[in-house]
Design a protein around this ligand. Structure first.
Ligand code: ADP
Ligand code: MG
Length: 937
């Protein structure tokens, strides 16, 4: 039993107030067929919507089975519509993209009835209206009458107490109208049917009661139902419980919806994916560029490791000094008042000399060996490498059989010519990156005669113990003949990209006749212009050549008197030593690959770390080193005491010294003593020996002999004081440490240089910082000075790299914003488009939350599709994109790659953005007034 009590409803449009219902009171029996008649605009639809809970009354009451709806909440209304009411509309209001069956199922779907049961009940309802065969058709495949029957089946499927029909035959021809009326009459047999119609005949024919409405008032009722209000209990409020729809149902509903509108969904997703594609492409390119930058940084850092030498000079401060000594007048100068001295040359020179620093690498190596040191956080994949100044000579035989020294071609002294040194250095400078040691000797003027030949360099070893050659080297060099060295006695020749090796080195290795070289040097010294010539040496010849390696310690030969003498300058002795020396085999020729980033081998002849190791051990075990270590007070080279205690020892040592001199040396000593005596005559300066030889002016070969004899004669009678004076002026006892140094003794704790490899500029800065911290903690003399070549040369590159990165990030951010706005708009349009459908859902009893969750599920799925399409399209676009990139960059080192995490993040982002973009529209959808929504066409 339904009671409508003095219900009023008015619509306000601007200032105009339309009274749709003006105090309607009507009691309806549980089982009757009521027809409501009235002209258009008289409030029939409004009354029906209020009875069906689609619209709210302004005042009055609707009492359902004795329960007032005054305090109904949204969910009570939802439940009421879902369980108690079935709607049939003039325009059918079927959801066009769902099958007949799904349309009928809708009310059950909303109330969460399981699928199988849903199916069964829907089929039964369809059979009931005579449409059993058409279940899988879409609404637009049916005739009007059939559609209206589907609508009736849908209204009946939940077996409601009340069926409301708003002009159900309004759009049908008279034959079909009759069929529908028959059906409704059937329906009304066991329930209340309220039907609005224009057609009084049909009403007359089928309805059991006719109510006439005019201007929102009931003007006539054929069969009023009076209730004895006095005997009844007053209407009470009772909650109905809710129509429930799970999230799973919402997703399933939206999924079928999306599936039935496949093309549309794909298009929408594609539109949404454009933003994602943009971001993914930018992400790919920026990842590619970043990878490239990282690899460039790694390569740069391989070419320019942080290099710390035992003796180092601060390149940076010199650079800065040079930069500041520009044309600008120094501050505080009045440029017009007088001539000012330009002392920049001196200040620069002083900067250079004061920049030379000794580094205690032993202490620093201890720091590096400690695995807990801060610096290890920044050290890159190529690790830390220690170099040692092993000392050795290499000799060989040239094609004529002449013994050739790799450090100066022949033993005849031609090598000391300035021109040849320059030629050699120029050649080496083109070849090697390790110019520091050469620059050092140029700066300090110190020359170490026992040092290894400059053409020889150790090849960077790999990190693993058994890896003689680092992958960095094998990656950047190609073997043009032979192979890489595999043992300590194997070396490779390192050519440049044009397969060239400095001419001097070819001479020094005995690959070309030494006489040609001397010829060349002579011409150079004569100031002749030397033409380019094409000299070639074939690989076979190179690999046939034997090199003899003579460690420095072996070049000190023990004489009969038990003293060692240096034979490194004596060709015969060297030839004898070579006979028993270690033979180095040239096993291959390598050159940098065309795209090599770093040419790390610092020499033309590369040997392995194994040789360095061997030489260190060999020297430590050699006889001369053992003997010197056994007598730390006496110099094994001259038998003299290192630090004599008294004059007697000094005099004795001086005698020994003079006795050991040859004729020429004696003559020189005599000449020097005479000159000193001459100087002393002017004053008291100099201890002076009082020696004044005669006939010193005599020239010629005989003169030397005469001088020597005179000296001998003089010294034969000289006293100890004279010898002490000679001792002080001429005798050098040497130094224990210098001796060991000359023999080539090396402690593994004291590298000559340390190279620290980093993978990126950032890590390099980290290493610099770690060294700074080390310096802060270290004592004054243990502080490390080093040259940061990369820091000096690359700081602008780092800035550019950072700018590029920031620009890319900005691009990504902009496309993000654009993409989310676009997705929001698309969702909004989709909501507008489906207003009607929302009305239908609400009429079937879907709650606001149901509607918004259906929309959210749908936008979420569209977001997922957008994301997946975006990623897919990006991956496809990257194929031609990379080809274009490679073409324009001229290198295939920059490739756009979409990182997996990035792809996943973008899909998630797409879903999240679509959901956010869809929240406002789906809220709007949920809030939509169902009555208004249904009126929308
Ligand atoms: P009927 O179904 O009898 O033709 P309605 O119940 O649809 O009439 O409408 C009754 C009156 O209320 C009409 O004058 C109509 O213009 C007005 N009306 C209905 N719905 C609205 C609305 N949402 N906003 C403003 N006026 C409305
Ligand atoms: Mg109407």
């Amino acid at each position: 039993m339904l009671q409508i009590k003095d219900v009023r409803k008015q619509y306000r449009t601007g200032d105009f107030v339309q009274r749709a219902l003006d105090g309607v009171s009507l009691n309806l029996r549980d089982n009757e067929f009521v027809a409501i008649l009235g002209p258009s605009g008289s409030g029939k639809t409004t009354l029906l919507n209020i009875i069906g809970g689609l619209d709210r009354y302004d005042s009055g009451d609707l009492v359902i089975n004795g329960t007032s709806t005054k305090q109904y909440r949204d969910r009570d209304w939802d439940s009421y519509r879902n369980h108690t009411i079935g709607f049939v509309f003039q325009s059918y209001n079927l959801i066009p993209h769902q099958t007949i069956l799904s349309n009928v199922e809708l009310a059950l779907t909303i109330s969460g009835v399981p699928r199988a049961q849903r199916r069964q009940r829907a089929r039964r309802a369809l059979a009931q209206v005579g449409l059993g065969e058409h279940v899988h058709k879409k609404p637009n495949q049916l005739s009007g009458g059939q559609m209206q029957r589907v609508a009736i089946a849908r209204a009946l499927v939940n077996d409601p107490d009340i069926v409301l029909a708003d002009e159900p035959t309004g759009a049908l021809d008279s034959d079909t109208s009759v069929q529908i009326m028959e059906l409704l009459k059937e329906v009304a047999r066991d329930r209340l049917v309220v039907m609005v119609t224009h057609n009084p005949e049909l009403a007359q024919q089928y309805a059991t009661r006719i109510v006439n409405l005019r201007d929102g008032r009931i003007v006539d009722d054929s069969d009023p139902y009076e209730i004895d209000e006095a005997g009844r209990e007053p209407a009470v409020h009772r909650t109905m419980g809710r129509a429930s729809m799970s999230l799973g149902t919402a997703i399933a509903l939206s999924f079928t919806n999306l599936r039935t509108k496949m093309a549309r969904t794909v298009l929408t997703s594609f539109a949404g994916s454009i933003g994602i594609i943009g971001i993914a492409l930018i992400l790919s390119v920026s990842t590619g560029v970043n990878n490239y930058i990282a690899s460039i940084q790694r390569d740069t850092m391989t070419a320019y490791p942080i290099s710390i030498d035992a003796r180092s000079w601060d390149f940076q401060s010199i650079l800065e000094g040079a930069a500041s000594a520009g044309d600008e007048a120094p501050a505080g100068h009045d440029t017009d008042d007088a001539i000012h001295a330009d002392d920049s040359g001196f200040t620069q020179a002083s900067t250079i000399t004061s920049s030379i620093a000794q580094n205690n690498l032993t202490a620093f190596k201890r720091y590096l060996d400690d695995p807990d040191s801060e610096i290890h956080r920044y050290v890159g994949s190529n690790g830390i490498h220690y170099s040692y100044d092993v000392k050795y000579s290499v000799v060989s035989r040239d094609p004529d059989g002449t013994l050739v020294d790799a450090d100066g071609v022949t033993f005849s002294g031609g090598s000391s010519s300035m021109a040849s040194r320059m030629a050699t250095n120029m050649g080496m400078m083109n070849e090697t990156s390790d110019v520091t040691s050469m620059q050092m000797s140029m700066l300090t003027g110190e020359e170490d005669e026992n040092a290894a030949p400059s053409a020889f360099g150790e090849i960077m070893p790999g990190d693993a113990d058994d890896q003689l050659i680092s992958p960095v080297v094998t990656d950047n060099y190609e073997v043009v003949a032979g192979a890489w060295p595999a043992s300590r006695d194997e070396v490779v020749l390192v050519a440049d990209r044009n397969n060239e090796i400095p001419l001097t080195v070819l001479y020094e290795l005995g690959l070309l006749p030494a006489t040609d070289y001397e010829d060349l040097i002579d011409r150079l010294d004569d100031g002749e212009q030397i033409e380019e010539q094409d000299i070639t040496v074939d690989y076979g010849r190179i690999m046939d050549q034997t090199l003899y390696l003579i460690p420095a310690c072996d070049q000190y030969v023990r004489g009969d008197d038990g003293r060692y003498s240096y034979v490194g300058d004596d060709p015969e002795q060297m030839a004898a030593l070579a006979e028993n020396a270690m033979r180095l085999r040239i096993v291959g020729v390598v050159r940098p690959t065309p795209d090599a980033d770093t040419t790390d081998i610092s020499g033309t002849v590369g040997y392995t770390h194994a040789l360095t190791d061997y030489l260190i051990d060999y020297t430590a075990d050699s006889a001369v080193v053992a003997d010197q270590e056994a007598s730390p007070d006496v110099n094994v080279l001259n038998g003299m005491t290192f630090s004599p205690a008294d004059d007697a020892t000094k005099a004795a040592d001086a005698r020994t010294y003079v006795a050991g001199l040859g004729v020429t040396q004696k003559a020189q000593l005599a000449a020097s003593l005479m000159a000193q005596a001459g100087g002393a005559a002017d004053g008291a300066a100099g201890a002076g020996t009082g020696y004044a030889g005669t006939g010193a002016a005599a020239a010629g070969a005989g003169a030397e002999e005469a001088l020597a004899q005179q000296l001998d004669a003089y010294l034969a009678t000289a006293d100890d004081a004279t010898f002490v004076a000679i001792y002080d002026d001429y005798v050098s006892t040497g130094d224990y440490d210098d001796n060991l140094d000359a023999f080539g003794v090396i402690s593994r704790d004291a590298p000559s240089s340390i190279r620290i490899y980093c993978d990126s500029f950032e890590d390099k800065d980290g290493v610099s910082e770690a060294i700074e911290h080390y310096n802060d903690d270290a004592s004054e003399e243990d502080r490390i000075t080093y040259t940061d070549y990369v820091g000096a040369l690359m700081s602008s590159v780092t800035t550019i790299v950072n700018v590029i990165t920031y620009v890319l990030i900005a691009f990504v951010a902009v496309s993000l914003v654009v993409s989310s706005i676009m997705i929001g708009i698309i969702t909004y349009i989709s909501v507008l488009e489906r207003t009607k459908e929302i009305g239908i859902l609400r009429a079937m009893g879907a709650s606001k939350r149901n509607v918004s969750s259906v929309f959210n599920a749908e936008t979420g799925m569209i977001g997922l599709c957008s994301g997946l399409i975006g990623i897919g399209v990006t991956l496809l676009l990257l194929i031609p994109g990379n080809a274009v990139l490679h073409h324009f960059m001229g290198t295939d080192e920059v490739s756009g790659v979409l990182p997996v995490q990035g792809a996943v993040a973008l899909v998630v982002l797409s879903v999240v953005l679509t959901l956010i973009g869809g929240i406002i529209p789906s809220r709007k959808a949920a809030r939509q007034d169902p009555a208004t929504a249904l009126r929308t066409e």
